[in-house]
Design a protein around this ligand. Sequence first.
Ligand SMILES: Nc1ncnc2c1ncn2[C@@H]1O[C@H](COP(=O)(O)OP(=O)(O)OP(=O)(O)O)[C@@H](O)[C@H]1O
Length: 645
Amino acid sequence: MSTDHRWERLRRAAERAVAGHPSLAGWQRQVLSRFLVESRAGWHTHVHTALPEVPSGHADVLLIGPRGVLAVVVRDHEPDPDEVRTVLRNASESFLGLRVPAGVVSEAVVRPVVVLPAGREPSKRSIGHHLTVTEGTLDRVLDRGERRLTKRDVETLTAHLSAHRSEFTRLVPQLEPVPAEAGAELFDLEDLAQDRFDAALDGPFESWLTFLDDSQHAMVRRDYSGPARISGPAGTGKSVVALHRLVRMARNSVGPLLFTTFASNLPPIAQRSFQRLAPEIGDRVRFDHLHRWAREFLQSRGRALQVKSSETCFSLAWSKFGKHTRLAELNRHEYWRDEIDRVIKGRGITALAEYQSLHRTGRGLRLTAADRELVWRLHEHYEQIRRERGLHDHNDVFTEARAELEREPLPRPLAGVVVDEVQDITLVGLRLLHTMAGDRLLLVGDGQQQIYAGGWRLSDAGIPIKGRGEVLRTNYRNASRILEWAQRFDATNQVDDLDGAAGFSLRESVATLRGGEVVSWSDRPEGLEEALVDAVRGQAEPDDIAVLTFRNPDADRWRKVLRRNGIPVRGLEGWTGERDGKVRVGTVHRAKGLEFRAVFVPELPAEEGFDERSRDLRELGQRARLVALTRARDLLWVGPPRVEG
Ligand SMILES: Nc1ncnc2c1ncn2[C@@H]1O[C@H](COP(=O)(O)OP(=O)(O)OP(=O)(O)O)[C@@H](O)[C@H]1O
């Protein structure tokens, strides 16, 4: 029997099934009929038994299929977003706590869809809340988007719904038997368009879009009565939980939301993931690094600051007021630049007396009162030079933005702010975030992955998170051999769970992925380039590969090496997660929060001998190394240790 005939039989069967709902409008029957026809692509249709008089706050139809669960409202006018929110909440509760082999079903699997008659325009109010389609554009939800469920998952969710929600009944198109004289065999639904059905249900998909483990699920659902924090070692799904929680925050509110980090390249990549997870909400969430948010905010208040990194002004101050003092004997000039940037200004210290009594967490070198006085002088000169030139540094932007917000709050308060990689933001940045978000702040990070100087504690920022701190422990990223290898480097790290209490370290985390490969290359140094190029060539997909270095000049050099050997490369700066057939080469600072199937670390910084002056550098180096090694999923290729000059 031809596909056309089969399709026609299915269409007729769908119409017969829908005929049992005579009180529906003609167009609504057609929509329902279309849902039933899509059983050929794996969609199961459950209709509310009260249709068309479904009580407010409940879906007319729940569709379960390869692209998740759709809570559908079929109306001739756009319902209020509040009503759709209730529909979504009720529908999500139908699957609460449901466990399948891949984990607990996340509420993000359920998506709200409003269907209007053909030709009706979706209202602007729906943007960022639910997806509105018309009778004529149903393909947008039935045929497009991420695949989230396997065939078995669809069956499990269908059985669960049938068992637990008696107000929904499954509608199945009953095919007429094919007359024997036509010579055709009896066939079931899956015969109708087997290819389409299989393609829809059996393609690859990423389980994080739909399934969480128990602790992740609990973190996403918990109602926090104030700012909260999620920590845990690399690869434990902190960012995944952050994105699912963002969906929940968005669904339970009406205002704008923000996902932010200190680094500039992570927000667009997170945005891409979020679009896959909850495209209908995408418009309400801004993904941007904190510095740009603050600058634009100040600009919107008529205060366009001229921003420059502290480098030039510091160099001037140092050559006049630092280099000939005892500070030069105590440590290298970068240390003092960090002291001003991350400690004095980064913590918002405005008086010498305050600086004198400060506990300088994670800075290594101890300073006497006289040393601190010298540093303070250097800082004052730096500030003077900066002001004379009419410039502002990054910390000034945060401080000014906070002062401005305190003077006049945002016209539309943020409904939620999620901060990823929070361990790298300075204290003044954190205070700004707290002022921006108040209780609706979620901080996500791992003290062990801090790669910028100047440790701090949440308590220093005055952000009360007591009782609202959670820790993830199971590693989902690194195959076990890679995790075990990386864990060897863990021993001397000082871990802090962002709040001063002892943290949970990478060493204690457990891998879920078996296998993996670590290649520790150690031959003649002259052979390193050739060995790396050969190993990169041996990999199938350039997009899945990253070559990571610890300094910008090294990244430039390795880019040149690969290019010279005909391997297409690109930097990690400005990369937003797209696949372009190129190997990514960049510094570990740009690789934070990212992951790759294969990671090459051609020059792993050697463990330096202990020296009080460089303790901070040593610890930063250890943490950067840990970040690099834990970016790898299946293959980690490491060159010989390099002693920094
Ligand atoms: N419950 C889960 N089931 C399957 N995969 C998961 C789960 N949770 C997270 N993952 C996967 O594990 C990997 C690491 O997740 P994620 O990037 O969120 O970790 P992270 O803790 O933020 O890591 P890092 O601190 O190194 O940035 C991702 O590929 C993610 O899709």
